[in-house]
Ligand binder design. Structure first.
Ligand SMILES: Cc1cc2nc3c(=O)[nH]c(=O)nc-3n(C[C@H](O)[C@H](O)[C@H](O)COP(=O)(O)OP(=O)(O)OC[C@H]3O[C@@H](n4cnc5c(N)ncnc54)[C@H](O)[C@@H]3O)c2cc1C
Length: 454
């Protein structure tokens, strides 16, 4: 299938060059190259360069598997940290006693890949450039999109425009494209996070078998995991706060603070946790944690505008899964578009809209289950679930252990391609691993949380 502009290649505009946008460009290029479909991808990024913040990101094995399928898994492993057989060990805040330790097999080639965000984005950008997968634009803040019937016009803040046959909105939680079609606001989770990165060599005493540890207390938890070949330790310190207490965290929802604020919030934590905080920079970043309510649909203008990543399903970070879910979106959207463009006679590919519908039917239930479970996990770690609010720390500890042991299994073990093929070939539209009964056979309702997900 050619572009609506005559016989030229099919034109794909990706708005936002973050992890979701660049992975999506690579996935579409990968799938379309495999079937010889001519496409032209343009990525429009608002910033002056393709850059990430200096913090870590956990790439779960479900997402790492896709990076390997793109042929860059070895490069990912080369910049990632290593968890030494333990996904994470949850510890008591006061004496570092074990609450629950969750093992992970990370001696395989395809394994968990906790990374510096900058390393991951650089890997994706360099691969886009090496493969000529897309043209990367900077300083192109998309304001809105206009339906031209057969195509879409993108309007940018610098008053320029561009035209495409399909627009994929990967512009994050504040997505301008999403805002054109959906009237809602980010939802404050009741938590903030202080973030930082320190050299692992600066830790004089480390009593745990892995560098992946979370110390839990009521209303607070401190999470660390290794990145950058175990040279750096990523730190995220979560605290439950009321809306009034975070009035200083403004529009961008990030700001810097004084390390003393972190020390105050984590007073009473055991020695190794205090050591880590004392090594944070004097002005760590402070994040107001928001997610979004689930959407009923991810595509508009008859499938010519499609949402992906945080623009579709912004979630809290408590499963370390948001970027991975964005990559899953990109992988399957790439598969679906390549099948549409190669004129598959499967009925799902008759129109762009039915193609977008197939993508949504596989991805939306799983992404929204991850959204709901991330929220529930945060409330569990902070001991803020309804059934923990009136309980003491000691009473909550066994509940946390019980709810945490198996939490990640369905996130990591999904066979994404099999789920897609099952939906495409008519055997059902829900991805395996999502139990339809759990949500009444429909998309999870707003704030839906299963007992297992708590
Ligand atoms: C504290 C914290 C910790 C986290 N930890 C993890 C983790 O360990 N593992 C994990 O998987 N996820 C984690 N996440 C979630 C993860 O960061 C997001 O899910 C992921 O970055 C989403 O990627 P994205 O590309 O959809 O959006 P973003 O990363 O937000 O990228 C959006 C891009 O679009 C650009 N953009 C925005 N608006 C426009 C516009 N109008 N026009 C053009 N460009 C635009 C932005 O500049 C940016 O480059 C964490 C999140 C937080 C807040």
């Amino acid at each position: 299938m050619a572009s609506t502009q005559g016989d030229g290649p099919f034109r794909i505009a990706i708005v936002g060059g973050g992890i979701g946008g660049l992975f999506c460009a690579l996935a579409i290029h990968h799938h379309c190259s495999a079937v010889g479909v001519p496409i032209k991808i343009d990525v429009y990024e608002q910033a002056s360069q393709y850059k990430e913040i200096g913090a870590g990101v956990g790439v779960g094995i479900n997402a790492a598997r896709l990076v390997h399928k793109l042929g860059i898994g070895g490069k990912l492993n080369a910049v990632a940290g290593h968890r030494s057989g333990i996904w994470i060990t949850f510890r008591r805040y006061d004496n570092s006693g074990d609450i629950v330790t969750v093992p992970v097999n990370d001696n395989q080639t395809i394994r968990q890949a906790p990374c510096a965000r900058t390393d991951l984005l650089d890997l994706l950008r360099e691969t886009v450039e090496e493969r000529g997968a897309a043209t990367l634009h900077t300083r192109k803040a998309c304001k809105n999109v206009e339906d031209l019937g057969q195509s879409v016009r993108l309007h940018f803040a610098d008053t320029t425009t561009a035209e495409a046959d399909v627009v994929i909105a990967c512009d994050g939680i504040h997505s301008a494209v999403r805002n054109q079609f959906v009237v809602d606001k980010p939802v404050f989770s009741g938590q903030i996070a202080y973030r930082g990165v320190i050299p692992i060599a600066s830790l004089s005493n480390w009593p745990f078998p892995s560098y992946s540890v979370a110390w839990l207390a009521k209303h607070r938890h401190l999470l660390v995991f290794p990145i950058s070949r175990n040279e750096q330790l990523n730190i995220v310190a979560f605290v439950t706060k009321s809306e009034g207490e975070v009035a200083d965290v403004k529009e961008s929802w990030t700001s810097i603070c004084d390390r003393k604020d972190v020390e105050k919030d984590f007073a009473g934590f055991d020695g190794p946790a205090q050591d880590i905080i004392s090594l944070m920079s004097e002005q760590p970043s402070k994040w107001k944690l928001n997610d979004r309510q689930p959407l009923d649909r991810w595509y508009y203008m008859d499938g010519k505008v499609i949402l992906l990543g945080d623009a579709a399903h912004a979630m809290l970070p408590h499963l370390g899964a948001g970027a991975g879910q964005a990559m899953e979106d990109g992988w399957l959207l790439g598969r679906a578009l390549s099948e549409r463009l190669s004129r598959s006679d499967n009925s799902h590919f008759q129109t762009l809209e039915s193609t977008a519908q197939l993508y949504q039917s596989v991805r939306l239930p799983r992404a929204q289950k991850t959204q709901a479970t991330s929220r529930a996990a945060g409330n569990t770690y902070e001991m803020q679930t309804d059934d923990m609010l009136d309980k003491t720390f000691e009473e909550c500890v066994p509940m946390i252990a019980e709810r945490t042991r198996e939490r990640m299994k369905w996130v990591w073990e999904e066979d994404l391609d099999a789920a897609y093929e099952k939906a495409r070939d008519g055997a059902g539209s829900l991805a395996s691993g999502n139990d339809p009964a759990e949500f009444g056979g429909k998309v999870p309702p707003k704030n839906a949380v299963s007992v297992e997900a708590q």
